[in-house]
Design a protein around this ligand. Structure first.
Ligand code: ADP
Ligand code: MG
Length: 444
């Protein structure tokens, strides 16, 4: 969004010079740019009426300005948005709600069926299943805790999905400690916690992921405490997860801590080697790839404490296998493991790695991509590289350009070309998608 936002800023500034100020403020400034695809910039606006006026009266000014900024003609289109409608077209979409939806969408596939059970998570798995089958009675409240990447969110979403399926009419809320806190703080700020109470005290089951983020602020904790009590007294199921046991949650007030500890505590430990292998094999099955036994063994030996990293490794290997037509060496696997297990990588390193990845897939050198050679294959590799960098980092077009000695206009053109080539060439697309899979999580 950063990069598109930059273009839009320039376009807005040009438009403001071409039409009168009231026209600009009323019709052009409220447009919310959402995406660029098929050479078309797509906007959101709050009503059909506004859309038709803008398309009839101002689309040519807008298109003209885009062309000036980017150096080639583009189309524009406007979608009428519900979110924009509710607050009269003001550009403040419901970011927090959106985040919550994201969580649900991304985790819809988490189920009990695709959770590998071993000694380390056996108890947590079984009580979770108990909660999903007998909500509010057997194990209430349930607190699942364990270090990051060991399957807490997976189990919680499995509970959510199963409850939803069994009780489609019940109100089941999955949220995070962070969301919960944000919503409450917003309510407190506006001196209106009514909506908040209505929402949380009327649920049939409340699932709060990562409660360690509910720590700050006495009023938030008090509110959580009361919600917690009200639900429990009404026999509603509560499930919580945390990355530390309650006694180690430093900022927690005593009342809440005691409250948390009164429920069923189920910890998840790092998986043993057999469980790790089973997880790797299941993941391969999902990705439809086959890994030689020595590679499975190597991953299982090296990554002991984090299933997310195991999955990340298998994802990357799968991406590389697609890009390099299944040829992958043990050394490469070793490097992937190293990358995945060292958390943070400076952005320059990520860019270098993307260049290296694409160069290898296209059979050119890293330097070819950085140069301004015009050989068709090199140009294509460079454009795909720009596209991938734009997808997986927050760099602006200008910043991306700086790695190639190019202007932001050229970068935008390159990205656009890459998209076209991807649409018409499945191999190009496969390389880009593999690269995105491999690098998308390394920069955050
Ligand atoms: P946490 O919430 O504890 O940080 P997650 O539930 O997000 O961890 O798990 C990280 C990733 O590992 C998820 O993609 C999840 O599906 C996977 N995972 C964790 N444990 C298992 C398991 N026992 N079987 C299968 N996948 C697992
Ligand atoms: Mg989690």
């Amino acid at each position: 969004m950063n990069t598109m936002g930059d273009v839009w800023k320039e376009v807005l500034s040009l438009c403001s010079k071409k039409v009168s100020e009231p026209i600009y403020k009323m019709w052009i400034a409220p447009l919310e740019l959402t995406k660029f695809e098929n050479n078309t910039f797509i906007f959101l606006i709050g009503s059909e009426f506004k859309k038709s006026i803008i398309m009839d009266q101002f689309s040519s000014v807008i298109k003209e300005s885009f062309q000036e900024v980017m150096g080639f003609p583009v189309e524009i289109d406007i979608l009428v948005s519900d979110a924009a409608k509710e607050n009269g077209g003001v550009q403040e979409p419901a970011v927090k709600e959106e985040a919550k939806e994201d969580i649900k969408e991304g985790t819809a596939h988490y189920s009990f069926g695709n959770f590998i059970v071993g000694k380390s998570n056996n108890f947590a798995y079984n009580v979770s299943l108990g909660v999903a089958d007998h909500p509010g009675t057997l194990y209430n409240p349930l607190l699942i805790y364990g270090r990051s990447g060991l399957g807490k969110t997976h189990l919680m979403c499995a509970i959510y999905n199963r409850l939803k399926e069994k009780y489609p009419d019940k109100l089941i809320i999955y949220t995070t400690g962070e969301n919960f806190t944000n919503e409450l703080v917003r309510g407190l700020k506006n001196q209106n916690t009514f909506a908040f109470h209505e929402k949380y005290r009327n649920v049939d089951a409340l699932l709060v992921d990562d409660i360690q983020f509910i720590q700050r602020g006495e009023s938030v904790q008090e509110e959580f405490f009361h919600t917690f009590n009200a639900l429990e007294q009404a026999g509603k199921q509560i499930v919580l997860t945390s990355d530390v046991p309650p006694r180690e949650m430093e900022v927690l007030n005593e009342r809440l801590r005691t409250r948390f500890e009164m429920g069923i505590l189920a910890d998840i430990q790092p998986p043993d080697i057999d469980t790790r292998k089973a997880i790797i094999l299941r993941k391969c099955e999902q990705l439809d790839i086959r890994l030689p036994e020595n590679i499975v063994e190597l991953i299982a030996q090296k990554i002991k404490n984090n299933v997310r990293q195991i999955e990340g490794t298998v994802n990357k290997i799968s991406a590389m296998m697609t890009a390099y037509s299944n040829n992958i060496t043990l050394e490469e696997v070793q490097r992937v493991i190293k990358d995945v297990t060292t958390d943070y990588q400076p952005i320059g390193v990520v860019v270098d790695k993307i260049i290296e990845f694409i160069a290898k897939a296209f059979g050119v050198t890293d330097n070819d991509i950085r140069s301004n050679k015009r050989h068709a294959n090199v140009v294509l590799a460079r454009q795909v590289t720009m596209y991938v960098i734009n997808e997986v980092t927050n760099l602006t077009l200008q910043e991306i350009g700086s790695y190639f000695n190019q202007t932001h206009t050229t970068v935008l053109y390159g990205i656009n070309q890459a998209k076209k080539k991807m649409d018409s060439g499945p191999q190009v697309k496969a390389v880009a998608v593999s690269a995105i899979n491999e690098f998308q999580n390394v920069t955050n």
